[in-house]
Design a protein around this ligand. Structure first.
Ligand code: VG1
Ligand code: CO
Length: 565
């Protein structure tokens, strides 16, 4: 088909640096003339675009359909041979990772700002994934960023927009465009991993005493949840809620935690539902929350690792190794030690797990930020984690035919073997950058001068004392490619093994977001009462001491965190 190409002059924009997971800004920023085009051309300048096959999809948030057309225009002009696009621009982040791998594409462009709110006044995001299906590593994102600083023009092809609602193969100038079903490949993938017949028989024999509720928070997972829970597993339609993807997620934060997923928490508590779960805007996060039972993501990944044998994928392929991001609690390390698996601590962000998986040294990993996953793809995977929990509960109940094993029974059984890591995260969102930088400088000073080391601090309300045993700035050398990532969070350790971490977020779109992570370990010899304690109670003293040591409230000028998880 004849086509015309145009080269359009442009000028660089400041600040097009991808963060923890892609470039995230307000929609209004992306809507500026040439802004989105510049970033997309910079991606194509940084990869081998000619002759490539790329996947496009996202969480369906506001400004996605327009951006798909922009990518098609610029990509085609840059020589992309084929685009595989999710119908209506919808593909969850894990689904994109799977499609890149399954169809041997060269990479993919994901249109999402994940758990950040959407809509004309909220956030949009663009992320590039490479051929292993995972987020581009730092050398690629740095190259993209360097390109955004020197860009002088971008290329477009002139062609009418593609109808994204029609599944099929189309030609678009010199490029092939294949619009695919958003859900089908992902369902096939999960069916190849889990014991669906076992889960199905467990759920149908316990339809009265083990009810399930999944909340899509109006993000991308709705259609996937319908397919998995209702169509495949045979649960009633009432088992899923907020499962229509909306461009503004119904006005909420599509973030599965105790604060933002209150539609799930409320429904579970009101109806006494045994198993509740939610996922985020783009489907890579998960929360497991049943009646009176909240599973911290750090515990969740440890429990999945402990029960790996119940999952056919691991039973067959074995567990090659375990890993967590640095701020995540050490619960999974204990499982690795007991079972003799290799284990790793990497910086925050899923991109750091990819090399280990590709090298065959990592099978199950997680982040405290409600991210759990495995080497079946190269992104964290919300619905994978939910189905993993159902598979494990089904297996546990097969061993306990007379008494229902629920979420809490699994948790307490785990603590009785490994002990418990009390864990919590305080987020101070959109605080002034100057205050956040001053906090970092204060901690750096303590680190360099050693002024805090060996000091003892007493919590006013609990009377517990904590002695600082060390302070360091976390840096990571990738064991596979030896690349070094510095300044990944400031860690304060205490003589009782407790730990506090301070980190600046790399996913916010305004001001700065400071995260404080606290962890306190209690061994399996502790009393059942101690092990079953409310997490907030178990951490109270340590949190007070952490706030005092860091002078966080003074620096940030705020009294309370925006979110506690
Ligand atoms: C946050 C989380 C991090 C996660 C990242 C992307 O990053 O802390 O663990 O990998 O979001 O998750 P930060 O830099 O804001 O702390 V998602 O679901 O937003 O892609
Ligand atoms: Co996400």
């Amino acid at each position: 088909m004849p086509h015309t190409m145009q080269e359009i002059p442009t000028k660089p924009f400041d600040g097009q640096k991808p963060g923890t997971s892609g470039l995230r800004k307000r929609v209004k920023v992306f809507q500026q003339e040439h802004y989105t085009e510049n970033f997309i051309q910079s991606i194509f300048n940084s990869i081998e675009a000619k002759g490539s096959t790329l996947v496009i999809g996202g969480d369906g948030r506001y400004f996605s359909p327009e951006t798909v057309q922009t990518i098609l225009k610029i990509g085609s002009a840059n020589g992309v041979e084929k685009f595989i696009v999710g119908k209506d621009s919808i593909l969850s982040t894990p689904a994109v990772s799977n499609i890149i791998r399954k169809y041997k594409a060269n990479g993919g462009i994901l249109l999402t700002a994940s758990h950040n709110p959407g809509g004309p006044d909220k956030d949009f995001g663009i992320k590039y994934n490479v051929s292993n299906g995972g987020p581009a590593p730092e050398n690629v994102t740095n190259k993209i960023y360097e390109n955004t600083k020197t860009i002088v023009s971008y290329k477009v092809i002139e062609a009418p927009p593609v109808d994204l609602s029609k599944i099929g193969e189309f030609s678009y100038g010199p490029t092939k465009v294949s619009i695919i079903d958003s859900v089908a490949d992902y369902v096939v993938l999960l069916e190849s991993i889990f014991d669906f017949p076992l889960i199905k028989s467990f759920l149908s024999s316990h339809s009265n005493d083990f009810r399930v509720l999944f909340d899509g928070l109006n993000g991308v997972t709705g259609p996937y949840a319908q397919a998995l829970f209702v169509d495949v597993l045979g649960l009633p339609k009432s088992s899923i809620q907020n499962c229509i993807p909306l461009p503004d997620f119904g006005g909420g934060h599509p973030d599965p935690n105790l604060i933002y997923a209150h539609t799930l928490v409320d429904a579970v508590e009101k109806d006494g539902i045994e198993f509740g779960a939610a996922s985020d805007g783009d489907g890579d996060r998960n929360m497991i929350y049943g009646k009176g039972a909240f599973v911290t993501p750090s515990d969740s990944v440890a429990i999945i690792a402990h029960w790996a044998d119940a999952i056919p994928y691991f039973k067959k392929g074995g567990v090659k190794g375990l890993a967590r991001s640095m701020p995540t609690s050490k619960a999974i390390d204990l499982v690795a030690q007991k079972k003799g698996f290799e284990y790793f601590e990497v910086p925050t962000g899923w991109k750091f797990f990819g090399n280990l998986m590709d090298a065959g040294r990592l099978s199950i990993c997680g982040e405290e930020s409600f991210g759990t996953g495995s080497d079946h793809i190269r992104e964290k995977d919300g619905l994978w984690a939910v189905v993993a929990w159902l598979n494990i509960l089904a297996a546990a109940n097969r061993e306990s035919p007379n008494r229902l094993v629920g979420i809490n029974e699994l948790l307490y059984a785990h603590y009785a073997i490994y002990g418990r890591s009390f864990f919590s995260r305080y987020d101070y969102e959109e605080v002034p950058s100057a205050g956040a930088n001053a906090l970092v400088a204060h901690l750096n000073h303590a680190l360099d001068s050693g002024s805090l080391t060996n000091t003892t601090h007493k919590s006013a309300s609990t009377g517990t004392t904590f002695t600082v045993s060390g302070l360091y700035d976390f840096a990571y050398t990738d064991p596979i490619d030896k690349s070094v990532s510095k300044n990944q969070g400031q860690v304060i350790t205490f003589s009782d093994g407790s730990r506090v971490v301070f980190r600046l977020s790399g996913t916010g779109s305004e001001g700065a977001t400071v995260r404080m992570y606290v962890e306190r370990y209690v061994g399996p010899e502790a009393s059942a009462e101690e092990l079953k304690r409310d997490a907030a109670e178990g951490l109270k003293g340590l949190i007070e001491v952490a706030l005092e040591l860091s002078k966080l409230k003074e620096f940030l000028g705020v009294d309370k965190p925006t979110v506690i998880t």
